[in-house]
Design a protein around this ligand. Structure first.
Ligand code: BF8
Length: 656
């Protein structure tokens, strides 16, 4: 590896390692193609940032007031205000988690307001997820007439909205409705039950500002409380609310990867997280007016492809092909074949527009708070939904018209596509297995050794997608069934691991199960908010085995942490007693040798915070919640550690 970071016990790759180790041949081809065209991308900018700041990497930089920035060094063991390393590291982690919470909060808010607009008849949007509406009515104990779906959806939406923003003490309704009873008891004892998504963000910011809380342990408690708000007030709400509007996904075959783009078609990519506007755009792309326009611009048809979590959602629900994830977004435009990218919110990097300008690609932004200078902006506001149909048609028109401006000399589409069986909602998984009791039996007898969810973003700090694919291959070889979401799922989809044929790569037990049921060993369950589908699967299966969650052979694996949103994902699983395996030292502490007292330079500081690290990665959290964080940047070693963890959990239950 090109860039050593001994203080992190890790190293970061240069472009050559990425080219050698990244598993998708299309990535290599496109990286080389862009280099030939002299078009810069994030890997070039990553190299220009080397070496990265050692203080920042270890969370030892405090920027929470205007006296600083302060850094913790061997000679300055406290910031100007007196904050020590533990308080600084913990405050940084807490702020990262609530920033991620805010992002999912905004997503949930848009979808919930869309349900309200649909139910009140103000927006021309469907309520397709009838089963989900009635499930929530029952779980929340709402009083609704069974023959009025819209009224029921409206009542549910207002409860979800309350969970987003309640400011006085009352437990989260969704947490009460969905969380396992034994966990609630633990959270009550620890005092970490949250009020609402918004309240916990504000409280965390309040605690961490200058002269606020200096007790890192109290901030750690707020971290757990905020993670529960993140999980139930934003992930559950987004995922369930989207199912209410657009239905619960069912299994279907799809083709994925860059090769789905076609040179003689209008290629439109849908990118971001909230699917409301894009659902409408999809509807418009099928209208006679747009079909005529396609003909007029001389294209043979339209290809719609998905990126990031919007892509995951559309793949799960309709089998719309996905192309790539956050770090592949510039590469997708590097094909020169993309006419328009319709983006909503989050994970749309500024580099996308830079590459778009090299090819004349039309970028259309649709979220009022996620603007890009120079892009066309056609906003969707669920509180003013009257123009939604007209606006979606305009978006569709602009996307098609962009085809006429495409420079045909620069087109390069890597040819490979991959098959995948997708659409694994909780219901679909349980139905295919024949119920949770069947999964419980397979686990107990050891045909399947464990369940792991391999998820999350990408980071240029590791060879792109290498860890995702390597770890997952090793896990399925070890008879561990994998679920996946988010950017990781694009890596696994493109690598062919979500194809039922990938059963051949699984260990003997898992292979037999996959063959019998016609499923792949890796189940793509949706976007990041759909990690709740995996959580609910874990709850259901644990209950069927009779074992507590924290003792189950389960693992949360985040090999390439990137976005601040990723922190809350991991801590959400931790609060449920499910250990985290993180692939690169991110905002959470690095479990490495201790801070040396005789340290004389920054390089002697082996890790950011002794006590915070011990809390998350040592036995403290394990005692409180039954789970801890492991950090291992080398994927082969990480896979070994996960398999060992699963084995230990099985032993503790007396399962072979
Ligand atoms: O919510 S995995 S880079 S796309 S944050 Fe973003 Fe990370 Fe991708 Fe979706 Ni999730």
């Amino acid at each position: 590896m090109k860039y050593p970071y001994p203080q992190l016990n890790a190293e970061m790759p240069g472009k050559e390692e990425v080219l050698t180790l990244t598993p998708n041949p299309a990535t290599r081809d496109l990286l080389e193609h862009m280099a030939d065209l002299k078009i810069e991308n994030l890997w070039d900018r990553f190299e220009k940032q080397q070496p990265q700041c050692g203080y920042g990497l270890r969370n030892l930089c405090c920027r929470m007031c205007q006296w600083g920035p302060c850094r913790i060094t061997a000679k300055a063991r406290r910031g100007i205000c007196g904050r020590d390393e533990n308080a600084i590291v913990m405050a940084n982690i807490l702020r990262a988690l609530v920033a991620g919470l805010a992002a999912h909060w905004r997503h949930a808010h848009e979808v919930i307001l869309s349900i309200i607009a649909a139910a009140e008849g103000r927006a021309n949007l469907p309520i397709k997820g009838e089963t989900r509406v009635w499930e929530l009515v029952d779980k929340l104990g709402l009083n609704c007439s069974r023959d009025n779906l819209k009224e029921a959806a409206l009542k549910v939406a207002f409860v979800l909205l309350e969970d987003l923003g309640r400011l006085t003490w009352q437990p989260l309704r969704l947490l009460e409705a969905y969380a396992p009873e034994d966990r609630k008891e633990i959270w009550r004892r620890l005092g970490v039950l949250p009020r609402s998504g918004a309240y916990e963000v504000l409280e965390a910011l309040h605690m961490t500002t200058l002269g606020g809380c200096t007790d890192w342990k109290e901030m750690a408690v707020q971290e757990l409380r905020s993670a529960l708000a993140y999980c139930y007030a934003t992930l559950f709400t987004s995922s369930l609310a989207t199912e209410i509007l657009f239905g619960i996904p069912e299994p279907k075959l799809a083709r994925v990867n860059y090769g789905v783009l076609k040179a003689d078609h209008v290629n439109i990519l849908l990118h971001g997280h909230s699917p409301v506007m894009v659902e409408k755009v999809l509807e418009k792309l099928n209208t006679p007016e747009i079909k005529e326009l396609v003909h007029k611009v001389g294209a043979k048809g339209i290809v719609v492809g998905g990126m990031c979590c919007t892509g995951d959602e559309l793949l799960a629900r309709y089998g719309i092909p996905t192309v790539t994830n956050i770090m592949g977004q510039e590469l997708a435009l590097g094909t020169g074949a993309v006419d328009a990218v319709i983006v909503d919110m989050q994970c749309v990097i500024p580099g996308l527009k830079i590459v778009a300008d090299c090819f004349g690609t039309q970028i259309i932004t649709t979220c009022p708070s996620n603007r890009i200078p120079g892009a066309v902006h056609i906003p969707f506001d669920p509180e003013r939904p009257e123009t939604l149909d007209k606006d979606a048609l305009q978006v569709a028109r602009l996307a098609i018209e962009a085809y006429a401006r495409r420079d045909r000399n620069k087109i390069f589409i890597p040819s490979s596509t991959t098959q995948a069986l997708v659409g694994w909602s909780l219901e679909a998984i349980l139905e295919r297995f024949g119920g949770e009791d069947k999964i419980a039996r397979l686990l107990k007898e050891g045909t399947i050794k464990g369940l792991a969810t391999v998820v999350g973003c990408n980071t240029p700090k590791v060879p792109y997608e290498h860890s995702h694919v390597t770890i997952t291959r090793k896990l399925i070889e070890g008879d561990i069934l994998v679920t996946t979401t988010g950017c990781c799922s694009h890596a696994l989809l493109n690598a062919g691991l979500c194809d039922p044929e990938a059963a051949n790569l699984a260990g003997p037990g898992l292979k037999r199960v996959c063959r019998e049921l016609g499923i792949p060993p890796v189940l793509a369950v949706g976007g990041c908010v759909d990690n709740t589908r995996t959580l609910r699967l874990f709850f259901t299966v644990a209950q069927a085995t009779g074992a507590p969650l924290a003792q189950m052979p389960l693992a949360f694996v985040g090999p390439e942490p990137g976005n601040e949103k990723t922190v809350g994902q991991g801590v959400s699983f931790l609060t449920h007693g499910i250990s985290n395996f993180i692939g690169f030292p991110g905002p959470l502490p690095v479990p490495l040798p201790s801070l040396r007292e005789e340290a004389t330079s920054i390089d002697d500081l082996d890790r950011g915070s002794t006590e915070v690290t011990d809390f998350f990665a040592g036995e403290d959290l394990k005692e409180l919640l039954g789970a801890k964080i492991f950090t291992e940047p080398y994927p082969e070693l990480a896979a070994q550690a996960i398999k060992m963890h699963i084995k230990r959990q099985r032993w503790s239950l007396g399962w072979k």
